[in-house]
Design a protein around this ligand. Structure first.
Ligand code: SF4
Ligand code: SF4
Length: 83
C-alpha cells in the first residue's frame, strides 16, 4: 500500500540513523487501531508511516523510542516494548 507523503522526512545525518539510540520501541496493535492518525500527527520525529487507508506503522530506522505516540493513542493501540 502506498505511503502518504509525511510532514517531513527523516534522513541519515552526521550521527547516523537515530533508531540506534532507542532502548524501547513502539509496536502498533492493528486489531485495536481505529486509524485516527493522532500518533502520526504527534510523533516529533515524523517516523510514523501513514498509508492510504490511514493505517500506520513505525519507521524503526529513525524512531527514537520517546513514547509520545503510545501516550497520545486514544485506544492504547501502541505498546512500548523493550528493544
Ligand atoms: S516512539 Fe517517539 S519517535 Fe518513535 S514513533 Fe513514537 S512518537 Fe515517534
Ligand atoms: S493513535 Fe492509535 S488508534 Fe490512532 S492511528 Fe495511531 S495507533 Fe491507531
Amino acid at each position: 500500500m502506498k505511503v502518504l507523503i509525511p510532514k517531513s522526512k527523516p534522513a541519515k545525518g552526521a550521527v547516523g540513523k537515530t533508531g540506534l539510540w532507542r532502548t524501547s520501541k513502539p509496536v502498533v496493535n492493528h486489531n485495536k487501531c481505529i486509524k485516527c492518525v493522532i500518533c502520526w500527527a504527534f510523533c516529533p520525529e515524523t517516523t510514523i508511516l501513514r498509508f492510504e487507508d490511514n493505517s500506520v506503522d513505525i519507521d524503526y530506522e529513525y524512531c527514537k523510542g520517546c513514547g509520545v505516540c503510545a501516550n497520545e493513542c486514544p485506544v492504547n493501540a501502541i505498546e512500548m516494548v523493550e528493544d
